[in-house]
Design a protein around this ligand. Structure first.
Ligand SMILES: [Mg+2]
Length: 266
């Protein structure tokens, strides 16, 4: 199945023939949902949910694997029987139950202490920066404060100091500082878990971004261990060349993914 670039038609037909043994793993943002400016407004493309429903019964497993929290995925996709793997596989929601990596759970008091310390720090308090409680991490946002450039250095310093004190790592972004435990997940672990637990013999991973490369690597690895694997890249203007070039099949945006799901569910 991994020989050369398949057409969507041919790839889907092959999967339909062996549906019972297929684990279908899907990224969320840019794959099932069009990328939008406000991350909290991301929703599955119209029609996607209706195609996932029949696939849950037909395939060995359907999983959504994302950097987002699992409950967000479960809430906005909302198909029973889908496995929702959030935080790059460190958290899973399945049939309403949430499980999280014990290392993340163990770090919750440190995250809460960091949040309290940030709230009391002069830079955060006086600037009016927004603290986002992400349960397993805490983030300071300056996007919505006036004169944010005046506060950047002070907030950066406070965030670094507090991360150090609480044994967390600091991940700076654009107008955001996230403090989180140094526990890493990657989507490859999620793919391997879904395959192992479902007993699937064929694994398909569909994704659009660099975070999906470890999942592609897991598919390749599983293929050397006797599984069949299919790496499916979703093309957009921002799609990394590395992802596209390592794919067995390329689909055009979430609309292309929807069409592919339709062929699988037909
Ligand atoms: Mg994505």
């Amino acid at each position: 199945m991994s020989a050369g670039t398949a057409t969507a038609e041919r790839a889907a037909a092959t999967l339909v023939e062996r549906a019972r043994e297929v684990a279908l793993c899907l990224d969320f943002d840019g794959t099932l949902s069009p990328v939008v400016d406000d991350p909290q407004a991301a929703r599955p493309l119209q029609g996607v949910v209706a195609q996932l429903e029949p696939l849950v019964n037909r395939l060995a497993a359907v999983a959504i694997i994302s950097g987002r929290p699992a409950p967000y995925l479960a809430e906005h996709v909302g198909v029973a029987g889908v496995r929702y793997l959030g935080l790059y596989g460190l958290q899973e929601m399945y049939e309403g139950r949430v499980e999280v990596d014990p290392r993340l759970e163990a770090a919750r008091p440190a995250v809460a202490a960091a949040e309290a310390a940030l709230r009391e720090s002069a830079a955060v308090r006086d600037s009016g920066a927004w603290l986002e409680d992400k349960v397993y991490s805490v983030a300071v946002h300056t996007r919505r404060i006036p004169d944010r450039d005046l506060w950047t250095d002070g907030i950066d310093r406070a965030a670094r100091e507090i991360a150090d004190q609480k044994g967390l790592e600091l991940i700076p972004g654009t107008m955001v500082w996230e403090l989180r435990p140094a526990v890493r997940g990657d989507k490859g672990d999620g793919v391997r878990r879904v395959v192992a637990e479902s007993g699937a013999r064929t694994v398909v991973m569909v994704g659009d971004d660099l975070g999906d490369l470890p999942a592609f690597a897991a598919v390749s690895q599983l293929a050397t261990e006797g599984h069949e694997g299919m790496r499916v890249a979703v093309r957009s203007e921002e799609a990394p060349a590395e992802l596209l070039s390592s794919a067995d099949l390329v689909l055009e945006g979430p609309a292309g993914v929807l069409e592919f799901l339709r062929k699988l569910a037909a």
